[in-house]
Design a protein around this ligand. Structure first.
Ligand code: GTP
Ligand code: MG
Length: 337
């Protein structure tokens, strides 16, 4: 059945979904005042941090800085300390104490998490925030995503819609074995790199490197002068409606889950065998493989287990069928699960 559906042609009237899908996209974009509030919170946090650790700075990462943030997202903040050998737990506990004294609410230091963080809520702006330490790779991949988003507006359009779908359908919960927002954005970039003609280039495969950093012994290098690439996708005139349909169709019927890894770093897909991601290692099962663009040994699909892979694939299929057959698919597509 899967194979036979691979070649289903997109419905003839798909472009009529462009208006309602774009309306959903527009409604998810955070208003200007929200950005101002985020900056206000960042400034007050930075004052407090620099006062205690003059060598430290704060950087935003995640959806508040990668241009894939919908309205009312949490703020992801990274404390960058010049000294790489600092005791993160000690700093987090001390910072949590200072934050509490400064009247921030719900301050919690999660020092034993995979990525140790402080969680807090700012009573002034109402924004919730996570602070981690020296997670510079996340700051760099945030920039990569932001740079991709500048090239073609169909990327933020597609990714906002996919993220909204994933949150509505309950498949954006890493602790329940489904995928992170970061993973979904990588899936969208990969999909647009592989349209014919392509809508996005591969920034890490261009001959010219204009951005270069070594972070945690990982070389992060790519072409970041994206203002020169604004017309890259202009030979492809697919509408966002066709792309949303194509995205779900790909993940429902066309992706080779058994053998391939998607990689926005390279122009092609990689075989699971080449990465030795063919079997379960520890907790990592590699049932859907999404390579991190810099930390290439990191599979963003590692959280997916034998139950949640089924849930995910059924959800991709549900979305593909709704988009293909419903006269009025938008409401159904985002129906809470
Ligand atoms: P929302 O908060 O859902 O709007 O999206 P987000 O873009 O902030 O994504 P998320 O909370 O999933 O991740 C925050 C950032 O952490 C990402 O943008 C990446 O820069 C970084 N990151 C790096 N590796 C991982 C990983 O394995 N999982 C997740 N979730 N994030 C990672
Ligand atoms: Mg976030």
């Amino acid at each position: 059945e899967r194979i036979s559906r691979r070649h289903i042609k997109c419905r003839g009237d798909i472009d009529m979904l462009k208006v309602p899908l774009l309306a959903i996209y527009e409604s998810l974009i955070p208003p200007k005042e929200e950005k101002e509030k985020q900056m206000q919170l960042l400034t007050s946090l930075e004052k407090l941090v620099v006062n205690e650790w003059p060598c430290a700075r704060l950087c935003l990462f995640g959806s508040c800085a990668n241009s894939f943030g919908v309205s009312n997202s949490d703020l992801d903040v990274c404390l960058v300390h010049r000294d790489a050998d600092i005791d993160k737990a000690e700093i987090l506990l001390k910072l949590a104490d200072r934050l509490q004294s400064a009247n921030f609410q719900n301050v919690q230091a999660l020092t034993h998490a995979r990525v140790p963080i402080i969680k807090l809520k700012d009573p002034v702006t109402g924004i919730s925030c996570d602070i981690c330490i020296n997670n510079v790779l996340a700051v760099v991949n945030t920039k990569l995503l932001r740079d991709y988003a500048q090239i073609d507006v169909r990327l933020p359009q597609l990714a906002f819609i996919v993220k909204h779908w994933a949150k509505s359908r309950g498949v954006n919960e890493t602790y329940q074995g489904t995928l992170s927002s970061y993973a979904y954005v990588l899936m969208c970039i990969h999909f647009l790199q592989h349209r014919d003609p392509p809508i996005l280039p591969c920034l890490q495969e261009t001959k010219i490197v204009t951005y270069h950093e070594i972070v945690d012994n990982i070389e992060c290098a790519y072409f970041d002068q994206v203002e020169n690439l604004k017309s890259f996708g202009s030979n492809n005139n697919e509408s966002v409606a066709r792309l949303v349909w194509g995205f779900f169709h790909y993940w429902a019927y066309c992706h080779d889950y058994a053998n391939t890894v998607i990689s926005i770093r390279t122009k092609s897909t990689i075989s699971k065998r080449a990465k030795d991601w063919t079997r379960r290692i520890g907790k990592d099962r590699h049932l859907i493989c999404i390579e991190d663009p810099f930390e290439t040994s990191h599979d963003l699909g590692r959280v997916v287990d034998k139950y949640s892979i089924k849930v995910l694939r059924e959800e991709f299929e549900r979305a593909a069928i709704i988009l293909q057959t419903y006269p009025n698919p938008c409401e159904k597509l985002f129906e809470p699960f």
